[in-house]
Design a protein around this ligand. Structure first.
Ligand code: BG6
Ligand code: MG
Length: 218
């Protein structure tokens, strides 16, 4: 394994919580279609693409629609979702995330985003974080969803580092698997129950330090 030269970040659940806005927008759509959509149902949509999310939602409601109608509804949900993210503020950045990014910059560790949302640029701008990322690999640049390692491998490539020199931060099991499949080290954000395969599991970036990163070199 190489020494860690770069950190690649998932965004949702690591740097900010967008799942709550996805939930409101999907729930409104479900209600318009005449059924309920619970927070528990919403868990099934985390890390899943927009169209797959819609398919799961329609399955929950027992609704069958044409592809054309599905495209229209996915677009409608996204427009509604965007009204929320366009109001996001930097104070929504999760505890310790900005501080850790600044610490990495200071130590000359390279930083990239590896997150499959097509709204990533809007959210980073709203949070005033765009400048922190040297490379941004978002949903407009990848075709494969995690656990495929594509999003992280493209991040490493964009930074010009080898995969084994990368450390990934992820809150989803599929994301941890993607990092490992890409031959990268991984810090899981959340519970060892589902993220146990990661090299280290912490509650949030407020618990992460450069010293802990160095320890992962060994
Ligand atoms: C993921 C979310 O991060 O991004 C999913 O967990 C979402 O719920 C996916 O569907 C795609 O996001 P967007 O912004 O392209 O619809
Ligand atoms: Mg996530």
């Amino acid at each position: 394994m190489g020494q860690i030269k770069a950190c690649l970040f998932d965004l949702d659940g690591v740097i900010v919580d967008t799942a709550k806005y996805h939930y409101i927008a999907w729930r409104e759509l479900a209600n318009e279609l005449g059924f309920e959509f619970t927070e528990e149902d919403n868990e099934r949509l985390k890390g899943v693409s927009r169209m797959t999310s819609l398919n799961i939602l329609l399955e929950i409601g027992g609704v069958t629609l044409s592809d054309e109608e599905k495209n229209r509804l996915a677009e409608k949900k996204n427009e509604n979702y965007r009204t929320f993210i366009l109001k996001m503020q930097p104070d929504e950045i999760l505890d310790g995330a900005k501080e850790f990014l600044l610490e990495l910059q200071q130590k000359n560790i390279r930083i990239a985003l590896g997150w499959a949302s097509k709204n990533a640029m809007t959210i980073l701008d709203r949070l005033e974080l765009t400048e922190c990322f040297e490379a941004i690999i978002d949903g407009t640049k990848v075709t494969e969803a995690k656990p495929d390692p594509e999003v992280f491998l493209k991040g490493a490539e964009a930074l010009g580092v080898r995969p084994e020199e990368c450390l990934v931060f992820e809150d989803a099991e599929a994301g941890v698997e993607a990092a490992l499949a890409g031959n990268m080290k991984c810090v899981g954000i959340g519970s060892p129950n589902n993220l146990g395969k990661a090299h280290l599991v912490i509650d949030g970036l407020h618990q992460m330090t450069y010293e802990k990163l160095i320890e992962l070199n060994n």
